[in-house]
Write a protein that binds this ligand. Structure first.
Ligand code: SF4
Length: 276
């Protein structure tokens, strides 16, 4: 019998470390390698997709669903998101508004599950799964209930939402750049501001994606890519062949990813127990 912990990472075809070859992408995405950005630009420029639906941070923790149709728009949208954008509900509207026939969706594991299930098991004629060419899921430990967190930041640190310029997750703390200052908040301090659903979520890598992408501390400057199927594998290999991506074997980082996935599962189990 396969236990849940034996299959924590879902189906895996290949594990790679990749980084963009484009100097401009590398400059903007110093820590994480920019491989997702490079793959999306490759897919767009080669006509594999006609747009990318993703979330873009507009202010502080706030984000919105946007369609990127050009290289510049993809570059602008690149970056981490620390809130759940009301995304799935907006994607269909965006696809129809812009008459997109084949899109890549960059999303969180919970959103990848929604899109993946809709694509694999269409049940309504209003589904738009056939238009989703690629699902790229980002490793995720949780997103914040941003209104509550912003409130906390305002009361405890006198930081206003409009003054927040950037938010970065570092090992063990959240770094908030506001005006000209930097606040380093231990994650333990803000843990209680995670979305309730995140506290019981068991998917770290995004098992319903075609490609899962993330970052690990010990391989700074590289993106971890897990391909889930032939579709994902062909995207990575095509981007490499056409000179958009530098790719190397990443099997040695699987232990670290599995550890993070186990920690997320343990957190969910603990929180579920407290609900019973
Ligand atoms: S932790 Fe789970 S529910 Fe929360 S944003 Fe990430 S994938 Fe979605």
């Amino acid at each position: 019998m396969i236990g849940i912990t034996d299959n924590l990472l879902g189906s895996v075809v290949g594990v790679y470390l990749a980084r963009a070859k484009d100097e401009e992408i590398l400059k903007r995405k110093v820590a994480s390698g920019g491989a997702v950005t490079a793959m999306l630009i490759y897919a767009l420029e080669k006509g594999l997709i006609d747009g990318v639906v993703t979330a873009k941070r507009v202010r502080g923790f706030e984000g919105q669903a946007i369609v990127a149709r050009t290289r510049e728009e993809i570059l602008e949208a690149a970056g981490n998101k620390w809130s759940i954008v009301p995304f799935a509900a907006r994607v269909r509207a965006k696809i129809e508004e812009e008459d997109l026939k084949k899109v890549a969706v960059v999303c969180l594991p919970c959103q990848a599950q929604f899109f993946g299930q809709m694509r694999e098991f269409p049940i309504l004629e209003t589904d738009f799964g056939e238009r989703i060419r690629y699902i790229i899921g980002l490793f995720c430990t949780g997103t914040f209930a941003f209104e509550a967190l912003l409130n906390y930041l305002r009361i405890k640190y006198n930081i206003k939402a409009e003054d927040i310029k950037n938010i970065t997750l570092k090992e063990g703390f959240l770094e908030i750049q506001h005006d000209d200052s930097l606040l380093q908040l231990p994650l333990k301090e803000v843990y209680s501001y995670l979305q309730t659903g995140c506290l019981v979520c068991t998917d770290y890598t995004g098992m319903w994606s075609d490609i899962s992408a993330g970052f690990i501390e010990k391989e700074k400057g590289w993106t971890v890519l897990i391909t889930r199927n032939i579709r994902g594998e062909e995207l990575v290999k095509g981007a490499e062949r056409e000179g958009y991506l530098e790719v190397r074997d990443g099997s040695h980082v699987m232990g670290d990813i599995l550890r993070a996935a186990r920690e997320k599962l343990a957190r969910a189990q603990k929180n579920m127990m407290s609900l019973l």
